[in-house]
Design a protein around this ligand. Structure first.
Ligand SMILES: *Cc1c(COP(=O)(O)O)cnc(C)c1O
Length: 400
């Protein structure tokens, strides 16, 4: 029998704020009612602000982030098209697999798990591609398996630097709405997210922002698609409707979560994620443990992947946290299984929750056989949070 609150520190699904959860508790409604657009048109408009696009279109597919990946590919590319992808974690690996399954000719750049998009190598491959055979460049903005955030703007500069015409695809499932992302400024053509991470909702929506250039490409792309056809979606979305049944409670929840983001201010949401993440990282450093991310410039503000010492099985840390302390952390994925546990620190979160995460992690680590001074990580994070609260944003800028 578990008592008290269940703590969820996984990088999706994230905690759903109580106000959002209450908002979703509604009777089913008529998705063809004359006033249905009053809800949906506002969602499209406000989601554009989260993606930071004025010129792009936003689409909501009943599905998950993976569905939005598929929608992005099948609408804008043709079988046999050459695409350039880099692989450095489980999510970038799955994206490569999907592209291969869908019949693309994938040129993969493999880099160590813990590295980010190898911008110099991407630039070199694009430079060598004199006839624009590469039709798309794929970037996993925030690799959730390793806690690495890559520099999308730098990829755009590399593409512009050699006047390359490829489409730029970005997986922003665990970054958009939590980490700085700028669709228009970075010239992103297809940006993908889901409802259950930064948007603080249950899973169920695959969310996609599409540039005008990508929309144009969709008129020529010959890959087969049916459910995910952009044309059907956009035609009905124009008046606020859908080509098939949308999950209306989720749309109402999305209204509530977008209102929260607007009230806090997107810049403040992003700054909060940085402040909270930095406290977690200071805690990890105080334990004497390493992050999977190779360099501080790559540290993710939404998830930290933490290496445990060789003699310890990270699965044991997860088990103790779950069974003894009613707390979930993220597991090590694929080749990181047993070597890593992850603390998800995104969405509806504050300092007190992060301190709980560090406190439970400390107890679980010690019980699993890691030698560390109990309270060390919590103390380091408390110092950071107390100081950061006192001195505001200035302190964290100075600390960088
Ligand atoms: C969660 C996640 C996905 C998968 O999204 P689903 O909604 O589970 O399909 C893809 N990419 C990244 C980076 C993620 O974090």
């Amino acid at each position: 029998m578990k008592t008290g609150q269940t703590s969820l520190f996984i990088p999706g699904p994230t905690n759903v704020p109580e106000t959002v959860r209450q908002a979703m508790n509604v009777p089913m409604q008529d998705m063809r009612a004359p006033d249905f657009g009053d809800l949906t048109l506002g969602l499209f408009r406000d989601l554009k602000e989260v993606f930071r696009t004025e010129t792009g279109e936003v689409m909501l597919f009943p599905g998950s982030g993976t569905g939005a990946w598929e929608a992005a590919i099948t609408n804008t590319l043709s079988p046999g098209d050459k695409v350039l992808m880099s692989r450095f974690g489980q999510f970038s690996t799955l994206w490569v697999e999907m592209a291969e399954r869908l019949g693309l000719d994938v040129e993969v750049i493999d880099v160590p798990w813990g590295a980010g998009v190898p911008v110099t190598e991407v630039a070199r491959r694009l430079e060598a591609d004199k006839h624009d055979e590469i039709k798309a460049v794929f970037v996993t903005h925030n690799e959730t398996a390793t806690g690495v955030t890559s520099d999308v703007a730098a990829v755009r500069r590399a593409m512009d630097g050699c006047f390359h015409d490829a489409l730029l695809f970005v997986d922003g499932v665990s970054s958009i709405g939590s980490i700085d992302f700028r669709m228009d400024e970075w010239g992103v053509d297809l940006a993908v997210t889901g409802s259950q991470k930064g948007l603080m909702l249950p899973a169920g929506l695959g969310i996609l922002a599409v540039s005008q250039k990508a929309l144009e490409a969709s008129t020529r792309a010959t890959m087969r698609r049916a459910y995910f056809e952009f044309g059907d979606m956009l035609t009905l979305n124009a008046d606020g409707y859908f080509p098939y049944t949308p999950p209306t409670p989720l749309l109402i929840g999305l209204r509530a979560s977008l209102d929260r983001i607007a009230e806090e201010g997107l810049d403040n949401v992003i700054a909060r994620h940085h402040r909270l993440a930095e406290g977690v990282r200071r805690g990890v450093a105080a334990w004497g443990l390493d992050l999977v991310a190779e360099h501080h410039s790559l540290y993710s503000d939404t998830v930290s992947a933490i290496r445990v010492p060789d003699h310890v099985d990270a699965r044991e840390v997860l088990r103790i946290a779950y069974e003894e302390y009613n707390t979930s952390f993220g597991s090590g994925l694929a080749r990181l299984a047993g070597k890593v546990f992850r603390i998800g620190h995104l969405g509806d979160l504050n300092e007190a929750m992060c301190l709980t995460a560090l406190s439970v992690a400390e107890m679980s680590l010690v019980r699993a056989g890691v030698h560390l001074p109990m309270g060390s990580g919590v103390g380091a994070a408390q110092s950071w949070y107390a100081g950061a609260a006192e001195q505001g944003a200035r302190l964290y800028v100075a600390a960088e």
